[in-house]
Design a protein around this ligand. Sequence first.
Ligand code: ARG
Ligand code: ASP
Length: 721
Amino acid sequence: MIKKTISITLIFLLFVSPYLRADEGMWIPLLLKKYNIKDMQAKGFKLTAEDIYSINKASMKDAVIIFGRGCTGELISDQGLLITNHHCGFGQIQNHSSLEHDYLTDGFWAMSKSEELSNPGLTAKFLERMEDVTDQVLANINDNMSESERYAEIQKQVRLIDLKASENGKFETVTKPLFYGNEYYLFVYKVYKDVRLVGAPPSGIGKFGGDTDNWMWPRHTGDFSMFRIYADKNNEPAEYSPENVPYKPKKFFPISLKGVKKGDFTMVFGYPGSTEEYLTSYGVKMISEVENPQRIKIRQAKIDIMTKYMEKDAGVRIQYADKYAGVSNSWKKWIGENRGLKRLNAIQKKQVFEKDITSWMNANEVRKSKYGSLLDSYKKTYEELSPAQLAYDYFIETIYRNDIFSLAASYRRYLDNINEQSKKEDIESAVSRLKAGLDGYFKDYYKPLDKELFAEMITLYHTGLDKKYQPPMLQEINTKYKGDVAKFTEAIYKKTIFADKEKLVDFLDNYKIGSNKKLEKDPIYQLYGEFFNLFQQNVQPVLEKTDLELAKLNRLWMQAIMEFEKDKVLYPDANFTLRVTYGQVDDYFPYDGVKYLHYTTLKGIMEKDNPEIYDYRVPQKLKELYEKKDYGEYGENGEMHVCFTASNHTTGGNSGSPIINGEGQLIGVNFDRNWEGTMSDIMYDPDMCRNISIDIRYALFIIDKFAGAKHLVDEMTLIRN
Ligand code: ARG
Ligand code: ASP
């Protein structure tokens, strides 16, 4: 999830104001003292840089974790209790759900620690420290090296650094480039492996609004869930064991009951995944004009087909709910991103900047020879990359992420290299792995839907890409089937074993070495193989070549920007490392004549209530609490606040991040951005970009009043004034 760019900051800096434009930036905790803390304090932060990040004393960084693979979470009690998003814990909640215990629908609350549920594979990672290791990584690098020599040398140093810092496996370590390889940082993590589910609201609260409200404001989603970290007797990481005890954190967040006002200082501390703020105009053009429109079109087709079947049949709706959410999330984000880039005139803004930096480059011979040809090279590289990138997108979207092909891909992975020499136990293990996957796969599979999707995806691929990217089998569509994709599909589904569980069970039960011959004759297996080979021959090499070229161009381009802007503090693009972003509670004007308030209340949930629409079914108990206005100390002037917006610069991965007030207290949990602001991964707009958080008081209200799990609130430290 990583990438690169020119921040709009720069453009504003150049053409509008000499100061860093408000609220943009994802800052490195280690460098706050040097670059940001004064500005933060001027804007209302009352603590010090050391309170946020320190290796000498407990600091906020000790209360923030990487939750699972792609989210953030934070500690909220001295007994290892943590909070993150409902959509981050969704997989775990779903895993524990069955017909008898449908925690997705009904919610789950452990009334004592003994009821908490373990989650094999789920981890909580604490950052021990980060370190600038640029000098060591680049020590042997010189200008005469080729890009691949350079790459190899860097990998070698990175491995040495990571190995040493791991202290024989005690820590997980990773060294990552910042500013496109102009700097390198080491990150050292302690990884806890016994993380148990403590509580989750029903989907009618935690996923309220579903995909309809996703990426949108005004929002009313109670998007939170709670887990607890367990450790061994010495408070160290251990595999799950009933003997483990709740982890004692070095630091946890106190929780503010004071609420938020427009203009209040806010800070989000978490793990943003990937941004590309320093892209050239060529890069923005490729994303917004080549990639996004096609990806949106493909996903729209998927959504239409899924919706058609899901609306007809409640069973299918459940089967495809998660897949639908995945397809719809990026689809909607790309639409918002393209609208935002267009509204900002992003390409033109980048071009203006490029003209300006070019005059600066040309004004000096040294600079001219070092940077003068960069933009031309970018142009050429993107010209070469664009068609391959589009083919890649098509391959990923229409083929690779297609259920039936992804199933065939796993057979290819496990069985392709089985031959006469293979050991019996290796064969058995491959077969049993494949068998183990069948129930889960077919539980969420509906053949008529899959077939229609297949036909549509093949049509899009076939008509969307050049001849050079067409596998031989697709020619049959025209030769044998006279252009009729439905017939082509029919023939394939009749013959393949990949659309029926019984056929696969039969195949696996009778698997022997010679069985691969049968696989190779299977049309889905064959077709996937053709796509795969074609991809390796015609796409992969171009991507690899241009990747190396871009690595060099981006490094130099970033260097040029840093020199050109030497008085400005730049931030490195997000790369799923711990960052601080700060801003303020703020509303916005989404379009002419309309102003959105910075917060929503329970009243809005009742307004959206609609038993007919799945996304808007409000749990009965919540309605009763609303009728009684039974908000306890979590309400504000007779109202229950639900979500709020602020101007923090966040992205995917920031889900579950703590949103913190000027006193360092938790005021909310971040979970989304507004649709009008999703282009912030490429260009941030202070007027339009908002992060969306659940008001922590709503979470406490749900835990206490809705779920009756007051004992969890009692574990926390509440700040009342
Ligand atoms: N848009 C949010 C993010 O990118 C939330 C996604 C999960 N929710 C959903 N309805 N699909 O992660
Ligand atoms: N919803 C995103 C996440 O899951 C956050 C965002 O993109 O703003 O990380």
